[in-house]
Design a binder for this molecule. Sequence first.
Ligand SMILES: Cc1cc2nc3c(=O)[nH]c(=O)nc-3n(C[C@H](O)[C@H](O)[C@H](O)COP(=O)(O)OP(=O)(O)OC[C@H]3O[C@@H](n4cnc5c(N)ncnc54)[C@H](O)[C@@H]3O)c2cc1C
Length: 378
Amino acid sequence: MIKTTDVAIIGGGVIGCATAYALASAGLTVVLLERDRIACEASGEAAGMLAPQAEAAEAGPFLDLGMRSRDLFPALADALREETGLDVGYRQHGTLYACLTEAEAAEARRRLAWQQSQGLRVEWWEAGKVREREAGISPAVRGALYIPGDHQVTSGTFTRALALAAARRGAEIREGAPVTGFVRDRKRIVAVKTLEETVSAGRYILAAGPWSAQVAYALGLPVPVVPVRGQLCMVGLLQGGPRHVIYSRLAYLVPRPGGEVILGTTVEFAGFDKRVTVEGLQGILAGAQALYPALRGAEVRQAWAGLRPCTTDALPLLGPVPEMEELVVATGHHRNGILLAPITAHLLREQIVDGRTSVPLAPFRVDRPLPAQAPEAR
Ligand SMILES: Cc1cc2nc3c(=O)[nH]c(=O)nc-3n(C[C@H](O)[C@H](O)[C@H](O)COP(=O)(O)OP(=O)(O)OC[C@H]3O[C@@H](n4cnc5c(N)ncnc54)[C@H](O)[C@@H]3O)c2cc1C
């Protein structure tokens, strides 16, 4: 039996699920194929920061996409609550970009200047004000950028809510359905195969995160994305704890409800190895404690690692593949896939339904020239 559908999506991470929701909402029939469970990889493991301003060292395509996507969250969180009953943990406490050295403070002031010149909301807080607002932070902090619009979400719940809402709008979500290959007619893809079925679609969306290169290998198509490991841990505080997301060169702290705080992270080129290591955890805990000494007595509750899908210019790969237009790639969102999921889904809907997008996809083309190595690997 061959199943036919308008769109087949490969991968049930945040990118696949957001896209399934957007396309099903536009009235298209969608089958999403996930080899394991929805949100079982990075999308269920991420810290959940929605921080384009904290993440962007300069203006450019990443910041543009990130700001547009960040703006979509309030309405999306409301819609998902209404449609699924799930609270995706969208918390609007803003982000502090804390500086522990003069060099970091100089860099922060440079960011302050260019971000304000772009009309973005950002303030410089002197050390005294930072301590006033965050009593547990290190006295060594020399000041911080306060970014009132960079917020957070609970990544796994957000991803599952997108899948559930997509299903409510008619998308067929298949878990335990690994894509094993394609059926082709010369160069054209005519169907995608799992262990149990063959799905023939008008469009195929490749959203398999860092495994996208392996899936595309069957097509002879190079998809330049590699896994980059990030380790995280969760601690519980008896009282107090940060009020904002606190971001720094040493570590970041993401406060969650109930006194829990996510601490991150590492950036490691370790292939598909998802182990938590002594070195990784030690670096995170030392950095977090130096930044926020009030964590000293906190209970370590959990530690885990995930694989970010990374390109060497740190921009995603988005859009149709030249000379294989039925295949659309949506991966490589690296450290910001949760943030960028809504705008990615929106642009893919525009591309597939209208044949054009409101943001040019040129900077994200799959066949753009890329540096040989990612900046973190140099
Ligand atoms: C430690 C850490 C912290 C992070 N923090 C943040 C953050 O604060 N903010 C933020 O915006 N982003 C963050 N990220 C990045 C974010 O998690 C990723 O960019 C995002 O989750 C990528 O989503 P995805 O859907 O592309 O990939 P994934 O979540 O990896 O999903 C891909 C899916 O494809 C499936 N798959 C693979 N092969 C096949 C196959 N053959 N057939 C079918 N399915 C297949 C996998 O099982 C998986 O479920 C973080 C990542 C890590 C690791």
